[in-house]
Design a protein around this ligand. Structure first.
Ligand code: SF4
Length: 148
């Protein structure tokens, strides 16, 4: 593997007790949003929560991540699949690159099938902007089921 990318993860504080199991598994297996690194080494250099609505920790935490060499921040899949999805997502996507010079990727692990089905029945993701937000994590049904 020729290149190595240093990444950090910010999770939704609703899941602040999460041990990162699905994100770390997906990182190891290069699934979901981490599939983009399938031909690269990846190093996780930061992991934290947004700090709770409206995400105040995102004003500060990326600075530490940058000091550890982070190049990319992944906003975890929980921001997409919570009920409701994070209402501040688009703001974070716009702010992080401008303030910290980091690339933002929406999502970490593949969307679990149970969330896929319920949000589908709720028509959560019908606006066009969701196409881009879900692109890295929608996966196929077999993979989604593996993350249920
Ligand atoms: S919904 Fe958004 S701002 Fe609120 S806790 Fe979750 S990630 Fe943070």
């Amino acid at each position: 593997m020729a290149t190595k990318t240093k990444v950090a993860i910010i999770i939704c504080d609703r899941y602040h007790t999460c041990a990162g199991g699905k994100c770390l598994r997906a990182l190891h297996q290069r699934e979901g949003a981490f599939e983009a690194y399938r031909d690269q080494d990846v190093e996780l250099v930061g992991f934290t929560t947004c700090g709770g609505c409206p995400g105040g920790n995102i004003e500060y935490a990326p600075e530490e991540m940058v000091k550890n060499g982070a190049e990319v921040v992944h906003l975890a899949t929980g921001l997409l699949v919570g009920y409701p999805p994070c209402p501040h997502l688009d703001h974070f996507i716009a702010m992080i690159p401008k303030k910290f010079g980091l690339r933002v990727v929406v999502g970490t692990h593949p969307i679990p099938q149970k969330y896929w089905l319920l949000h589908g029945s709720l028509n959560t993701w019908t606006e066009p902007r969701w196409d881009g937000h879900l692109a890295a994590t929608r996966a196929d049904e077999k993979v989604r089921l593996a993350y249920d």
